[in-house]
Design a binder for this molecule. Structure first.
Ligand code: GDP
Length: 298
């Protein structure tokens, strides 16, 4: 929890310092709500989620007959927890073998790094892992995965060049033959506006299903928390194209825009499987709503 608190330091100081002065005591009036609205908006909570949270807080104030601003902190925590709790659905990989996870996202979102961290996490749980280097555009991505695989004794299926669908198809077949538990399939970064590349990743998805009916079992969209409100349009576009089943929110440590998590919850309540709060392996953590809200306000 200390690690999480440190990881969220920037968002905590942005949000926390402002709230501390607002919740310092005094009558709850319209000015207070207005200031709270501004604070939430500047923390990237977004317009829709801000309105929803304010409405929840007003109801709580009324229901519990709160009158002093010192009582608002708990009301905000409760409202935020209610918004985020439905997103806490840890990834269960025991339903299929191999369990195929395809990662998607824009360039630099943290896909390759997350694959390394996830592979470690699953290995620590005693599961066997195979990585498919499906980012055939960036040689560096393939090399990064290969080096990581060599260090950690994880087989990486890669090809010098060529079709990402073919690479991942091979990887899934290889995983079936070797009785592997988890396949982590990297894909090249792409913007939702690059329609040909969005079509390409849909093809990757279809081809995985040909290698193993029902797969991919998880489509993980990796989002860089630094992109703030931009993350919302990414979630919508990738979800519309692929049917995203889980999110990784990376780089929460480098940003004061952690409030975007509430905006995502409001816009598209897709489970947040993991959050990234630093560069080390232990910094990719399963998302826990209560722990997150506590860390934000402690
Ligand atoms: P990709 O293009 O989506 O594969 O992105 P990469 O995995 O190559 O990550 C881009 C950069 O972000 C790298 O320098 C990573 O070390 C960094 N990164 C990824 N996740 C995190 C995180 O949670 N925190 C921090 N501070 N950096 C991260």
């Amino acid at each position: 929890t200390e690690r999480l608190k440190n990881g969220l330091a920037k968002t905590r100081s942005q949000l926390g310092n402002q709230l501390a002065s607002l919740f310092g005591g005094g009558k709850i009036d319209e000015d207070v709500y207005e200031e709270l609205e501004t604070i939430l908006l500047t923390s990237d909570v977004g317009v829709a989620a801000t309105q929803a949270l304010l409405e929840q807080i007003r109801q709580r104030v009324k229901r519990q007959s709160l009158s002093d601003t010192t009582q608002l902190k708990q009301a905000l925590k409760d409202a935020l927890l209610e918004l985020l709790a439905p997103l806490e659905k840890p990834l269960v990989t025991t339903t299929h073998q191999p369990f195929v996870i395809m990662l998607a996202g824009v360039n630099g979102a943290g896909k390759t790094t997350s694959i390394g961290k996830l592979a470690n996490l699953f290995q620590a749980q005693g599961k066997s892992v195979l990585i498919a280097a499906g980012d055939t555009f960036r040689a560096a991505a393939r090399e990064q995965l290969q080096a990581w695989g060599d260090r950690n004794n994880v087989h990486v299926v890669a090809q010098e060049s060529g079709d990402p669908a073919a690479v991942i198809f091979d990887a899934v077949n290889s995983a079936k033959a070797r009785n592997i538990d988890i396949v982590l399939a990297d894909t090249a970064g792409r913007l939702p506006t690059q329609l040909n590349l969005m079509e390409e990743i849909r093809k990757v998805q279809r081809v995985i299903g040909k290698a193993l009916p029902g797969a991919p079992h998880e489509i993980l969209l990796v989002l860089d928390a630094n992109t703030g409100q931009n993350a919302i349009s990414q979630v919508k576009a990738f979800d519309d194209a692929l049917g995203v089943t889980g999110l990784v929110l990376s780089k929460l440590d480098g940003t004061a825009k952690g409030g975007v998590i509430a905006a995502i919850a409001q816009a598209r309540p897709i489970p947040i499987r993991y959050i990234g709060v630093g560069e080390s392996i232990a910094d990719l953590r399963p998302f826990k709503a209560e722990e997150f809200v506590d860390a934000l306000f402690s």
